[in-house]
Design a protein around this ligand. Structure first.
Ligand code: SF4
Length: 138
């Protein structure tokens, strides 16, 4: 019982620390972004299809400072540097990823090398991945 309580406490501490580290990283990334100047930032946000408010909201999501799209693509067999992929990223995949409500689950599965077995159940970019995989076969 006491051991179970201790392991739960340690788990809670680990979660709290990882949450705080993640928040700090995201806040730093957000500050760095806006430090580029409002004109440049407005251009980048326009390219991404995000308003300033949407960007700020996205930066509050888990692991907001991390690129999850590139490793997700690699894990399902998509070349993130191909012309079609880069077009898809510009066409909205990046935006979808930045505003995705499943970032914590996604990152956990990527870390466990298990994303490819589950992403179709929750990843909002799943249809886009299917299209790219199909294009890769033709
Ligand atoms: S689950 Fe969300 S964060 Fe992960 S690749 Fe898909 S859209 Fe991006």
């Amino acid at each position: 019982m006491a051991r179970n309580l201790t392991s739960k406490t340690v788990e809670a501490w680990r979660f709290a620390i990882s949450f705080l580290v993640d928040r700090e990283r995201s806040n730093a990334a957000r500050r760095e972004f806006w430090a580029q100047g409002s004109d440049k930032c407005a251009g980048i946000l326009n390219d991404l299809g995000l308003t300033r408010t949407e960007f700020d909201d996205a930066m509050r999501l888990p692991y907001a400072s991390e690129d999850l799209l590139t490793p997700a693509m690699r894990s399902v067999g998509i070349d993130p540097d191909s012309f079609q992929t880069l077009e898809a990223v510009r066409g909205g995949m990046s935006r979808t990823c930045m505003t995705c409500p499943h970032r914590r689950q996604c990152r956990g599965l990527l870390a466990a090398f298990d994303f490819e077995n589950h992403y179709q159940d929750f990843c909002p970019n799943s249809p886009g991945f299917a299209k790219l995989l199909e294009q890769g076969r033709t």
